[in-house]
Design a protein around this ligand. Structure first.
Ligand SMILES: Cc1ncc(COP(=O)(O)O)c(N)n1
Length: 525
C-alpha cells in the first residue's frame, strides 16, 4: 500500500475536540490522508468559549517542525491558530529552510465565541512574512477585512472583530476577495458563512429566510470563482473554518486543482454540519467523520461521486479531454493512427461485449437481465460501426482482417482486467468496470461537439462521424440505462464496498486513458 498524502497541521489544541488540531486530525483522517501535528498552543476550551490559552514556546515549535520534516516529510501544510509573533517567525524560517511549497493558511484571529487567538501585534509578522508564502489564504469576512486594513494601513492594529455592516451585496464580497488577493499575492478564499444571503441576493443579517452561503475564491491569475450552497440552519458550527482549511489541504494533497479542492471541501463541510449532533451547551462541533460511516453520495449521485473522487478526478479529466479525441474532432489525427485505434477498439469490443454478456448472466431478475441485455446489443451495434468505418477508410478490409490484428499491450491489459472483475466480482463491480468506457466516450464526444464543432465531415474531417456517434441521442439513451441501473444498485452499497468500487473505476479510467494515449503514440510503419 502506498503512503497517502502527508498533511501537517500547525495549530492550537482545542480541548473540546471541535476546532484546532483535534478537528484537523479528524478531518485529515476522514479524508484518508496522514495527519501530523505541530502545536502552537493549548487551549482550555469548550463549546461555550475559550477559558485560557497556554502558548507553546516558539523554540519547542521549531523542534517539532524539524522532527517531522527531517524524517516523515510533508506534502501539504495547513496552519490555524498561531499564538505569537515568535511562532510565526519560526514557521516562516521552517518553510524557507525545508522549501515547503503548498500551504493552506487559515488566518485564525478570533474564535467564534469571541476570544482573541492571535495577539494584534502578531498581525504585522503574519501579513508581511507568512501570508506571502501561502498557496491559499482562507479568511472569513471579518478576518479578510482585518487583513486588508493592515495591508492598506499598516499602522492601525485592529483590536476587535469588525462589524460587517459595510457588506451589502455579493459584489462587495467579491471586491473584498479581489482586493485582498492583490495585496497578499497568494490565492484567497473569503468564506461567507458569517453573512448568508436571502434568495433575492440581499444580505440576510439577522432576518429569517437565510437562503444561501457564498464563498469567493480569488486566484492569483486574477480570476474569481464563486461557490454558493444552501444555508444550513445549525448551532453546530464550532471549528468549521479549521475543518474547511484541512479538507482543502487534503484535496490539494490528492492533486486536485484549487477550485475543485475548494468545491469538494465545501460539500464535505455542508455534509458535516447537516450530520452534526447536539454536544455541549454552546456552539457544538460539526460531524467531522460523517463521510466515513455514511455513504459519501446522495441518491442518484454515485457516478458523479466516482468521477469527482480525489483519486479519480484528474485521470477522468485527462481521459474525457484526451488529445486523441481532440485530434479526431479537429481532423488532425493521421488516418493510420485512427485505423490503428479502430482495429484495437474492435478487439477491445469483443471482450467488452463478452463482459456485458457476463453482466446479463449476473442479472438475477428478469428486469435486470433485460436492462443488461439492452446495453449488450448497443455494444454489438458499436462494433458493427467499427467494421464499416474501417472498410470506408481502407477499402477491402474485412471483419476477419480486424479479428486477426495482433492485440496491443494496452488492449490486452484493459480487457484482461475487465474480464477478471467479471469473473471474480459481483454485478456492481462489473458494472463499474464497464461504465467508465461507456459514459466516458459520451462525455468526451459531447465536450468536443461543444468546442470543436467548426470542423465537420462536410469540411473534410473523415473522423467527425466518430464524434457524432458518441454524442448522439441514441448513444445517450443507452448510457442512461446503464447509469440508472448503477444508481439504483448504489442505494444499497456499503461504505467499504464503495471504496473498492472507486478503486476499480480509477483503474479502468486509467486504462482507458492509456488506450487513447497508445492510439496517439502508435508508430505505424
Ligand atoms: C485551538 C483553536 N483553533 C481555532 C479555533 C477557531 O475555531 P472557531 O472559530 O470555530 O471557534 C478555536 N476555537 N480554537
Amino acid at each position: 500500500m502506498s503512503a497517502p498524502p502527508r498533511i501537517l497541521t500547525i495549530a492550537g489544541s482545542d480541548s473540546s475536540g471541535g476546532a484546532g488540531i483535534e478537528a484537523d486530525i479528524k478531518v485529515i483522517t476522514a479524508h484518508k490522508c496522514y495527519a501530523m501535528t505541530a502545536m502552537t498552543g493549548l487551549t482550555a476550551q469548550n463549546t461555550t468559549g475559550v477559558v485560557d490559552i497556554h502558548p507553546i514556546p516558539a523554540e519547542f515549535l521549531r523542534k517539532t517542525l524539524s522532527a517531522v520534516l527531517e524524517d516523515v516529510g510533508v506534502d501539504v501544510v495547513k496552519t490555524g491558530m498561531l499564538t505569537s509573533t515568535e511562532s510565526i517567525s519560526v514557521i516562516v524560517e521552517t518553510i524557507k529552510k525545508y522549501d515547503l511549497k503548498t500551504i493552506v493558511l487559515d488566518p485564525v484571529m478570533i474564535s467564534t465565541s469571541g476570544s482573541v487567538l492571535l495577539p494584534p501585534e502578531a498581525i504585522s509578522n503574519l501579513c508581511s512574512n507568512l501570508i506571502p508564502l501561502a498557496t491559499l489564504l482562507t479568511p472569513n469576512i471579518p478576518e479578510a477585512q482585518h487583513l486588508l486594513l493592515y495591508y492598506t494601513n499598516p499602522g492601525v492594529l485592529p483590536t476587535a472583530a469588525f462589524p460587517i455592516d459595510n457588506i451589502n451585496s455579493m459584489a462587495d464580497v467579491v471586491d473584498l476577495a479581489k482586493r485582498l488577493q492583490e495585496k497578499c499575492s497568494s490565492a484567497v478564499l473569503v468564506k461567507g458563512g458569517h453573512l448568508p444571503f436571502l434568495s433575492d441576493g440581499s444580505v440576510a443579517r439577522r432576518q429569517k429566510g437565510k437562503a444561501f452561503v457564498m464563498d469567493v475564491l480569488a486566484l492569483s491569475n486574477g480570476t474569481v470563482k464563486i461557490f454558493s450552497s444552501p444555508y444550513i440552519d445549525s448551532n453546530n458550527t464550532h471549528g468549521t473554518g479549521c475543518s474547511l482549511a484541512s479538507a482543502i489541504a487534503c484535496n490539494i494533497g490528492f492533486s486536485q486543482p484549487l477550485p475543485t479542492a475548494v468545491s469538494n471541501a465545501r460539500d464535505y463541510i455542508s455534509g458535516a454540519i447537516a450530520a452534526s449532533y447536539p454536544l455541549g451547551k454552546g456552539s457544538g462541533p460539526i460531524n467531522h467523520v460523517h463521510n466515513i460511516y455514511r455513504r459519501p453520495y446522495s441518491k442518484g449521485r454515485f457516478f458523479d461521486y466516482l468521477i469527482n473522487h480525489p483519486r479519480v478526478a484528474k485521470i477522468w479529466n485527462d481521459y474525457v479531454n484526451h488529445d486523441f479525441v481532440k485530434k479526431i474532432a479537429n481532423g488532425t489525427l493521421s488516418t493510420e493512427n485512427f485505423v490503428w485505434y479502430l482495429k484495437q477498439d474492435y478487439l477491445f469490443l469483443i471482450h467488452f461485449v463478452r463482459a456485458k454478456a457476463l453482466l446479463t448472466y449476473k442479472g438475477t431478475t428478469m428486469s435486470k437481465i433485460n436492462e443488461c441485455s439492452t446495453n449488450l446489443s448497443g455494444a454489438i451495434r458499436e462494433s458493427a460501426l467499427h467494421v464499416r468505418y474501417c472498410a470506408e477508410l481502407i477499402p477491402g478490409l474485412t471483419e476477419q482482417d480486424l479479428e486477426s490484428t495482433p492485440e496491443a499491450p494496452a488492449t490486452t491489459a484493459y480487457t484482461r482486467y475487465i474480464l477478471d472483475i467479471g469473473h471474480s466480482g459481483d454485478i456492481a463491480a462489473l458494472m463499474v468496470s464497464l461504465i467508465s468506457c461507456s459514459v466516458g466516450y459520451q462525455v468526451a464526444a459531447k465536450n468536443r461537439e461543444k468546442e470543436d464543432s467548426s470542423v465537420r465531415t462536410s469540411e473534410g474531417n473523415p473522423f467527425w462521424k466518430w464524434i457524432e456517434e458518441y454524442a448522439s441521442d441514441k448513444y445517450a439513451e443507452e448510457t442512461q440505462v446503464q447509469r440508472d441501473v448503477l444508481e439504483k444498485l448504489a442505494e444499497g452499497f456499503g461504505v467499504t464496498q464503495v471504496e473498492e468500487l472507486v478503486e476499480i473505476f480509477r483503474k479502468v479510467t486509467e486504462m482507458e486513458r492509456n488506450f487513447f494515449s497508445a492510439a496517439v503514440e502508435a508508430k505505424i510503419p
